[in-house]
Design a protein around this ligand. Sequence first.
Ligand SMILES: Nc1ncnc2c1ncn2[C@@H]1O[C@H](COP(=O)(O)OP(=O)(O)OP(=O)(O)O)[C@@H](O)[C@H]1O
Length: 315
Amino acid sequence: MSSSHPAVEVSGLVKDFGPVSSLDGKMIRVLDGVSLRADMGSVTALLGANGAGKTTTLECAQGLQKTSGGSVRLLGEDPWRAGAPLRSRVGIMLQEGGLPPAVRPLPLLHHVAGMYASPLNVEQLAARLGIDSFARTSVRRLSGGQKQRLALACALVGNPEVLFLDEPSAGLDPQSRNIVFELITELRDEGLAIILTTHLLDDAQRLADYVYIIDQGRTVRQGTVAELTAHTADAARELRFEAQIGLTLPADRLVHLDVSEPSPGKYCVNGALTPEDLAVIAAWWAENGILPASISLTSRSLEDVFLDVSGRSIR
Ligand SMILES: Nc1ncnc2c1ncn2[C@@H]1O[C@H](COP(=O)(O)OP(=O)(O)OP(=O)(O)O)[C@@H](O)[C@H]1O
């Protein structure tokens, strides 16, 4: 497996679509300077809201879309000009799946496997992804989550070095999601480069070694999940607890924090909480004979980072 190049290197990527009739025939710029790098043996996530430009970035990196500017390298080559040898080293799972409706899963997987020099064992892969349980059903009758698992198997069966996954957890129930996530982690540990898109912060948080936040066609923040969530200057935490309705919290002793009762009996203290603040709150509970029904303390999440950089929630 070659590791002399990054698996994917995108620099200043620009993509225009059009001409668009509703814009008087003008072009529309959907990517305006996306840069990223994905390494072998790592999971790289492109995280962003619907329409941010994640799929278009992947398609340019895969050579499925011609770029309008900037540069793209896939395993050291220009993917738009590259031929079959490069494509055989790359697995792609598109968002729509692109599966032929009339075939059954196992013949389809055998067919795809037959196009590669050293494919994975079809039966083992099918068993691993639970595809054997719906092996006799034609693609058109599969549920969304079943199609998703089959599309993942099709992307994998050629034994690729680089795997692109567009929204891999879309439509999966929690059990299938765990199976797919375990497989992705295992493939990463075996040395594959995995590049995935997601608008689910939890997916990025659970899977990604490195995250690029894409917003309005630009890379706006990048780093490991730990780096992105650990800006000391704004290391926010949130304390939530449930108790009697209508309590007045000691806001005068917590002046640097945001103290609220967002819904009756549910209290929230937000901001750069210190151990001393927690002691103040615990003392106030004791003084007033309050035993909360539930307490939670959470750290700054990727969601907060996304809010910071884009000014809005990802959902
Ligand atoms: N062929 C096209 N012609 C015109 N505009 C397009 C075309 N393909 C995508 N776009 C626009 O480009 C923008 C980015 O789309 P893209 O699919 O890359 O976003 P995304 O981040 O993957 O979103 P999602 O999470 O919804 O899949 C959107 O505004 C979309 O409408």
